[in-house]
Design a protein around this ligand. Structure first.
Ligand code: FES
Ligand code: FES
Length: 171
């Protein structure tokens, strides 16, 4: 099998890698780099457990060949934590108990990040629509939706805007 040499920027770190041209991004993340936070569920683009951001766009990493990702910026669910601190999305999933087995959670968190980047104040319908490709077999989705709503309310930019609004009202 032919190999390709690629450079990936994953969670802020640069990796130069030799990958077999038939290996998926998911296989390279998990098996070659040990980044097991990105989960293997179906392997066929059905469950969303393997979702990562590629240059800020959420994709199913089980469907993408790693060799086509040369130079791309990849963010996995672990990439949202800073110095061991959970970010607001991870914290919201924790706070709302939106995790049972946790298998779907990394994909849900990545998909939530991509939703809130485009739409910081989604309706419940928009949240459910955005998460359609992410299957959870444990939680019944109610807590997940609440977690996304909380993540939207607690996003750092939102807090600043709220403070500014309060100051404007006070003046
Ligand atoms: S493992 Fe990729 S969508 Fe299920
Ligand atoms: S928490 Fe188990 S699959 Fe979602």
């Amino acid at each position: 099998m032919k190999n390709a040499t690629i450079t990936l920027h994953i969670n802020g770190e640069e990796y130069k890698l030799e990958v077999a041209v038939n290996r998926t991004l998911l296989e390279v993340l998990r098996d070659q780099l040990g980044m097991t936070e990105t989960k293997y569920g179906c392997g066929t683009g059905e469950c969303g457990a393997c979702t990562v951001l590629v240059d800020d766009r959420a994709i199913n990493s089980c469907l993408a060949l790693a060799a086509t990702m040369d130079g791309k910026r990849i963010t996995t669910a672990a990439g949202f934590a800073h110095f061991g601190e959970l970010n607001h999305i991870q914290q919201a999933f924790n706070d709302e108990a939106a995790i049972q087995c946790g298998y779907c959670t990394p994909g849900m968190i990545v998909k939530t990040a991509s939703l809130l980047a485009k739409n910081p104040d989604p309706t419940e319908h928009e949240i459910r629509h955005a998460l359609e490709g992410n299957i959870c077999r444990c939680t019944g989705y109610e807590k997940i939706v609440k977690a996304v709503q909380k993540a939207a309310r607690t996003a750092p930019g939102r807090a600043v805007k709220a403070d500014t609004a309060c100051q404007e009202v006070a003046q």
